[in-house]
Design a binder for this molecule. Structure first.
Ligand code: COA
Ligand code: MG
Length: 293
């Protein structure tokens, strides 16, 4: 199952890593990129490898490496792959071709480590450079390791010379909204989940709840977090409620009871094929206690 909540932890901070394991997130992202200073990258790699190798239960452990063009990515991968992370988060991905390139590195490193071929998934952050915005339709060719598509609202505005990523009213600026929408469409066209970006104001629970809910309405089924306090809110919002599940089950039932009907009525509303698809997707997001992440 795709994790609903992905909690970032700076990988050079063992106390935070320990705390994050108990935060209730479905996945942790041990970050080797922006939250770790250059002088700390080696320490962060060693801490990440030790964390991955330690016996544990709990959240799936992913690693965010540095960008492919940074000169740091191969050393990141060499340090962590032996310990078998669940997946690699690829920042500043420019297109599906970057995922294919990373997949080739993983092929080699999995073989060298004696890991089952293909076990390491890839989650690209697909909107962080100006060129990437034009390539969000290329992920359908990215291969079987692709686990989802997510986006970022901080690096892109900085890269094009914007002075802020938010408007004075707190809403995302137009370029970010475009990138976010293209991430949704790109993920759907590649048949993988779309994962909402972080909500940076970690003390604003009401704002997070409203933002996550708008993401869920628009088609995101999971979200990145930067603080443990954000995790329960994200888990709740990204899990279909009992009422949503009950409604979806009724939609599926009424179509099953009317075989051959293209359109039916339920509670005074028209339902046709898109509603049936939507209901099936909602049911697919349902979780049972004890589900693997
Ligand atoms: N994972 C694990 N623990 C975290 C955490 C995280 N992402 N964020 C905060 N905590 C811990 C703090 O260490 C603190 O622990 P303590 O009570 O044992 O000292 C507790 O939660 C409360 O933290 P708080 O005081 O509210 O926040 P802070 O000022 O310590 O940290 C940030 C704020 C932004 C620095 C921190 O949340 C963080 O490092 N987030 C992740 C940043 C990141 O990875 N960014 C890259 C992706 S955008
Ligand atoms: Mg960044």
């Amino acid at each position: 199952m795709t994790p609903r909540s992905w909690l970032f932890v700076p990988a050079d901070a063992p106390a935070k890593i320990a705390k994050a394991q108990g935060a209730g997130a479905d996945a942790l992202i041990l970050d080797l990129e922006d939250s770790v200073a250059l002088a700390r990258k080696d320490d962060a790699r060693a801490i990440t490898a030790a964390t991955l190798a330690a016996p544990r239960s709990g959240p799936a452990l992913w690693v965010r490496i540095n960008p492919l063009g940074s000169g740091l990515a191969l050393a990141d991968l060499a340090a962590v792959m032996r310990a078998g992370p669940a997946g690699i988060v690829l920042p500043k991905a420019e297109s599906g071709a970057d995922v294919v390139m990373l997949a080739h590195y993983l092929d080699a490193l999995e073989a060298a480590a004696g890991l089952p071929p293909g076990q390491t998934s890839i989650l690209p952050i697909a909107t962080e450079t100006p060129a990437s915005v034009f390539n969000l339709g290329t992920y359908a060719q990215a291969g079987a390791r692709l686990a989802g598509l997510t986006w970022g609202a901080e690096d892109l505005p900085a890269a094009i010379g914007a002075t802020a990523s938010r408007n004075p009213d707190g809403g995302l600026n137009d370029l970010c909204r475009l990138a976010r929408s293209l991430c949704l469409a790109g993920a759907a066209s590649a048949n993988v989940p779309a994962i909402e970006t972080v909500y940076p104001d970690f003390r604003d629970e009401a704002g997070l709840r409203a933002y996550a809910a708008s993401g869920r309405r628009e088609g995101f089924c999971a979200m990145l977090a930067i603080h443990p306090a954000q995790v329960p809110v994200i888990n709740e919002v990204m899990t279909p409620s009992p009422a949503e599940l009950a409604h979806a089950a009724r939609v599926v039932e009424i179509f099953a009871a009317n075989p051959g009907a293209g359109v039916v009525a339920l509670d005074g509303k028209m339902l046709d094929l898109p509603h049936l698809k939507q209901a099936r997707k909602t049911l697919a997001l349902a979780r049972k206690e004890g589900d693997p992440h």
